[in-house]
Design a protein around this ligand. Sequence first.
Ligand SMILES: Nc1nc2c(ncn2[C@@H]2O[C@H](COP(=O)(O)OP(=O)(O)OP(=O)(O)O)[C@@H](O)[C@H]2O)c(=O)[nH]1
Ligand SMILES: [Mg+2]
Length: 476
Amino acid sequence: MDNAPVFAVVGHPNKGKSSVVATLSQNDAIAIALEPGTTRQRQAYPLTVDGRTLYTLVDTPGFQRPRRVLEWLDAHSVSASDRAETVAAFVTQHRDDPRFTDECELLAPLVEGAGIIYVVDGSVPYSAEHEAEMTILRWTGRPSLALINSIGPDDYSTAWQAALGQFFQVIRKFDAVRAHFEQHLSLLRAFGQLEPAWESPLDQATGFLADQRRQRKTQAARLIAKALEDIMSYQEKRTLTTNQATETNERALADTLRRSWYQHQRRREQTLRVSVEHLYQHKRIQRQEAELEWHSDHDLFSEDSRRVWAVSRRYLATAGFGAGAVGGAGIDALTFGSSLGTGALVGGILGAAGSYFYGDRLALPALKIGALQDGLKTATFGPVQDSQFGYVVLGRAVDHWWHISHRNHAGRDQLDLAPADSHWLENLDRKSRQDIQRVFNRCRKRRTPDDRQRVVFAAAIEQAMTVYDDWRLNRT
Ligand SMILES: Nc1nc2c(ncn2[C@@H]2O[C@H](COP(=O)(O)OP(=O)(O)OP(=O)(O)O)[C@@H](O)[C@H]2O)c(=O)[nH]1
Ligand SMILES: [Mg+2]
């Protein structure tokens, strides 16, 4: 788009200008900090989708000496008709004046034709010191919009609205850190109302962004599907000579293979996290998440597991997991805790898949040592036979995706992925559940799904993401 609009984001120091730029340009590399004066120079951040620039936001330093600037403008303007030129003259004449570095940086893009986005903090009271800034901006004659971005908990937006209404064409509330995607789009539409020439490009921009969001979700589902397939079919292998095989302590060998198996699974999960984050253009997230773990105190054949098995089977049947799955081979390796819903979750095993639905027991893969062949034996560990592990990985992945897809690029908080004790997969339709279970069944037999099954599997996972999204939204 050649005529992509350009907006300069301006205002007082430390009011969230860079945060607005980061969120609307989907760029988490922009410096945002508690200290005023973080942004020292103007910097343009285009938002591009498929190589097309939809719009550009220019981040700028805050006003430092607005009253001085206004005095100069007043002294050099002859009539109201030359105000824009007077601002341009101010910038030209003060380019090298250290007292007005910040003002020149922030006014230059306006002189060059950018629209104005004036950012104020609605959580602090309105004060008249802003009037000089607003007056200067009005003098530029550029189309203008004021954004009330609330940094703290208090709300003085009514007073702000009254004052801003004297100076700006459009006033909007927008929380750069928490605004939902729909609010981003609505704000872009408001930008489009500032000038007739911007309406069509910004309409297109909102269309592109909505498409991009849908595509990202589908791509995230594919990434999760691929990771699940890898994790559920992964096998750790060692080749042993006959001598090694007779001397090896099986328990030690099982431990070694299990450790490597785990390491591999954790790494695979981490790779998935990073690829989902990159898909959403989040490159700098600090993540806090319990490690993918196994609660190995209970084995599948313990008396305890058998006792709860009947309960679980009934529970599964009533939860509508699919009669075929409950009765057939699909679910025979599942074990379910007796304490459904009581929060007997062992920390870190379960992500959002939740102990309520899946219980807290997982059957470990077992070490297998194959028959002697050409003087060698093969020891294998995995693939996991317990589908429950797949649901744990799925729950964690969908929860992570949800946080990422709702995170604004102004967010600087650590991403905390708390294990949730929830029941959300129960809302997933029967067909999707069966499609997921079917692939898990193939994986544990190390039978690679074909292309069609992969498509169906990814679609079922995308459906699970939708269900999770609805469940989260209804919960809050
Ligand atoms: N909670 C919350 N905090 C915000 C929001 N916007 C900005 N902040 C915080 O306010 C502080 C200043 O944000 P910046 O975006 O750096 O502000 P700025 O106007 O660019 O600041 P300078 O470049 O120094 O003029 C940072 O600590 C941000 O995390 C918001 O919408 N919500
Ligand atoms: Mg800044």
